[in-house]
Design a binder for this molecule. Structure first.
Ligand SMILES: [Fe+2]
Length: 207
């Protein structure tokens, strides 16, 4: 029998080659942006509850640590794309990245990243006292009919990824996902990145 797997959903997990000081610097950049933008009238994402996301694309900041981050992003996006398609990541794609601070009880509702090709969540701060299922990145089965009850054939309807500082989860932008709330007094902080053929307002190419 020839078995085929149609409509695969490919998820990549990796660790970015950034050291503790790099990660600390990224955390400070996100907190500084929060402070600077607090009094401005920026558009908060309707997908995030209680959380904050930067309006500025972090990838446009000119600092050595951001340059390092961009090179690491290029590496993992290239690897993901090549594994997925067998091809090199096209040259004409743009990257956009925003910081997200999730204090106690913050969460993201189920959503996709429109007008984008490949998205990712890079974790830079994860509370040490997260309870099971708290602050997790959850992927729902993207096949609508797979929830009709044939679970022995389709497997679980939900996959959860536990965040770890320094790790990145990379996924197709059309894939619906959500983040569960947490009860820690510490913030959970991530940087989300879209890679798109659409430059948008602040998309940049990574050389
Ligand atoms: Fe998202």
């Amino acid at each position: 029998m020839q078995i085929s797997s149609f409509f695969p959903t490919v998820i990549g997990l990796d660790k970015l080659d950034l050291n503790i000081n790099d990660i600390k610097e990224l955390i400070n950049i996100v907190y500084k942006l929060e402070k600077d933008e607090k009094n401005k009238n920026y558009n908060q994402s309707s997908m995030t509850i209680h959380g904050y996301h930067t309006s500025l694309s972090i990838l446009t900041i000119e600092r050595p640590v951001i340059q390092k981050l961009k090179q690491e992003l290029k590496r993992v996006y290239n690897e993901y794309y090549k594994t997925h398609t067998g091809l090199k990541l096209p040259e004409n794609v743009y990257f956009y990245g925003w910081g997200m601070i999730s204090p106690k009880c913050a969460m993201s509702k189920p959503h996709v990243h429109p007008n984008s090709l490949i998205s990712s969540a890079f974790y830079i701060k994860v509370p040490k006292d997260l309870k099971p299922s708290e602050g997790e990145f959850n992927i729902q089965d993207p096949r609508p009919a797979a929830t009709f009850g044939f679970s022995d054939l389709v497997g679980p309807n939900l996959h959860s990824i536990k965040p770890e500082a320094g790790n990145i989860a990379i996924f197709p932008s059309w894939l619906e996902h959500f983040v569960t709330p947490h009860s820690s007094e510490e913030d959970r902080i991530s940087i989300a990145i879209n890679c798109s053929y659409d430059k948008g307002e602040n998309g940049i190419k990574i050389k």
